[in-house]
Design a protein around this ligand. Structure first.
Ligand SMILES: [Ca+2]
Length: 188
């Protein structure tokens, strides 16, 4: 399995094509990610990683790190590169379109602890099973754009109240009945 994943990465197969907004849904298709020198399949497990970035616009495959601090440094590098390439410095104004800081951080533990999944990309449902994070969210932080949470794939099933997932909302715990229940998320 690992060999197949590695081959897919080396061949530049767009890992997101199989997940992302694809509504056909193929649980178990796998999501290759870089973790140090390794290639791991996020859908099968994080192999000890503590923080993963899923940012289809910037990264061909997700990248994982031991800690959230290491992940944050990498995100900072990517944002700096993005600002340099567009000539717009980050933080000076909210840019329109897909460069909006539309991130979402989901934590396995309450109070922003445990493994953290950083998702960045607008107008699409992310199925958390594709990233080994199905029904694990116990706390979250939202970036500059509001989000939607659903308890089934592709936004189906029950929806988390959107009044609690607006821009810059944070929640150290989930609403009653929603701990370890979110299966898909959307960033506006
Ligand atoms: Ca959890």
């Amino acid at each position: 399995m690992l060999v197949m994943v590695a081959a897919a990465v080396l061949a530049g197969v767009p890992a997101y094509a199989a997940s992302g907004s694809d509504s056909s849904g193929q649980p178990g298709a796998g999501t290759a990610a870089r973790y140090g020198e390794q290639v791991i399949d996020l859908a099968r497990g994080w192999e000890g990683a503590g923080a993963c970035v899923v940012w289809p616009e910037m990264l061909e495959v997700p990248e994982c790190f031991d800690t959230e601090a290491e992940m944050n440094r990498r995100i900072g590098e990517l944002e700096t590169g993005m600002a340099a390439s567009t000539g717009v410095s980050t933080g000076t104004r909210a840019t329109s379109g897909s460069s909006c800081a539309s991130y979402l951080r989901l934590y396995d533990g309450t109070w922003y602890t445990g493994a953290v999944l950083y998702l960045r990309g607008r107008w699409q449902w992310f199925n958390l099973a594709d990233y080994g994070f199905d029904q694990r969210t116990s706390s979250y932080r939202i970036g500059a754009c509001s989000a939607r949470f659903a308890d089934r794939r592709n936004g189906s099933g029950d929806r988390y109240p959107t009044s609690l997932t607006e821009a810059y909302d944070v929640a150290p715990t989930m609403l009653s009945g929603w701990n370890n229940d979110v299966s898909s998320v959307y960033i506006t």
